[in-house]
Design a binder for this molecule. Structure first.
Ligand SMILES: Cc1cc2nc3c(=O)[nH]c(=O)nc-3n(C[C@H](O)[C@H](O)[C@H](O)COP(=O)(O)OP(=O)(O)OC[C@H]3O[C@@H](n4cnc5c(N)ncnc54)[C@H](O)[C@@H]3O)c2cc1C
Length: 281
């Protein structure tokens, strides 16, 4: 099997030009190696992303945070730049699998896998992230995450393209905070079965702006508009938690085709309570 280990972005472009439809990009390998070991995929070449310094950085450029595709969960969890307004990413990273997975698994690989249970996908939907993709011709294109994730295991990224960066515009309001909670986050090695992420602006204890995205109940994340509307002007108290929890329970019953639909609908209230608690803590 051929292997490519580019050390610069121009070497990355050149390596991409040598891939075939049977080739695979590898970052942390936490998903890919499992699929190779099971014989599900037999790549003719692997292109490793972890040696390009630009892909390992988290930096603020003006009003935007740029996260390299090869940044690991542990690096996300410990990034001072993400704490605060982009806390949802930190929450997501903290709750991923085991320490070993967090040390190796990357944000680019999470997008590449495009699992309905991938934790970062709903968070990146909620934050309106833009994905920067390198191609084999030496150029880059930028696409909103919603156009990158097409369905379970499906992205718009071609075999000779690679995610290099994730760009997130930092919300302007000083009253903005974000958070993520998944069902099962208290037991460390779980694949998300409901992921709830919110970005809220709160003034004088009242919610003035809300963005709510639910992951892992449908093939791609759902924008929970009904909850967003119901939260405006409200204080985060027991009534609000119960009301939004019931709405999520109803939404799951209505749209989820998962076999564990009944369980998810039952558990929804607890997840909503946990995520809203993060905004009053
Ligand atoms: C025990 C265990 C627990 C887990 N727990 C969780 C969890 O709690 N939450 C969660 O979300 N996931 C979890 N996962 C899944 C996995 O760890 C994540 O999806 C991780 O983010 C994958 O990143 P990676 O760098 O290891 O990807 P890889 O395995 O290297 O690649 C995954 C896929 O993405 C493609 N790819 C990788 N990098 C790029 C790139 N830069 N551009 C384009 N395509 C790319 C690869 O070709 C491959 O198809 C778990 C996995 C295991 C084994």
């Amino acid at each position: 099997m051929m292997s490519f280990t580019p050390k610069t972005l121009s070497e990355l472009h050149a390596s991409l030009a040598q891939l075939t439809p049977q080739s695979k990009i590898i970052s942390g390998g936490t998903d890919l190696i499992i699929n190779m070991n099971s014989g599900e995929i037999t790549p003719d070449a692997l292109l490793y992303m972890g040696n390009v310094p630009e892909l390992k950085k988290i930096e603020q450029v003006g009003d935007t945070v740029e996260i390299g595709a090869a940044v690991t969960m542990t690096e996300l969890e410990n990034s001072p730049i993400l704490q605060g307004k982009l806390q949802a990413i930190v929450d997501g990273a903290k709750d991923v699998g085991s320490q070993q997975i967090r040390n190796n698994g990357t944000i680019g690989g999470n997008i590449g896998t495009a699992s309905p249970a991938g934790d970062f996908i709903p968070i990146l939907f909620m934050l309106d992230a833009v994905i920067v993709i390198a191609n084999s011709e030496g150029t880059f294109k930028e696409l909103p995450i919603k156009e990158v994730i097409l369905g379970p295991g499906k992205t718009c990224i071609d075999y000779n393209e690679a995610i290099v960066k994730i760009k997130i515009k930092i919300p302007e309001s000083p009253n903005y905070k974000s958070a993520f909670v998944k069902l099962g986050s208290r037991s460390k090695v779980t694949i998300s079965r409901i992921g709830v992420t919110m970005g809220l602006e709160i003034e004088d204890h009242k919610i003035t702006k809300a963005k709510v995205v639910i992951g892992a109940i449908t093939p791609t994340p759902v924008n929970f508009e009904k909850a967003e509307k119901a939260m405006i002007g409200r204080v985060i108290d027991k009534d609000l938690k119960d009301e939004i929890g019931q709405m999520l329970s109803d939404l799951i019953k209505e749209i989820s085709k998962s076999r564990s639909r009944e369980y998810k609908a039952w558990a929804a209230k607890g997840v909503i309570e946990d995520v809203l608690d993060k905004f009053v803590a």
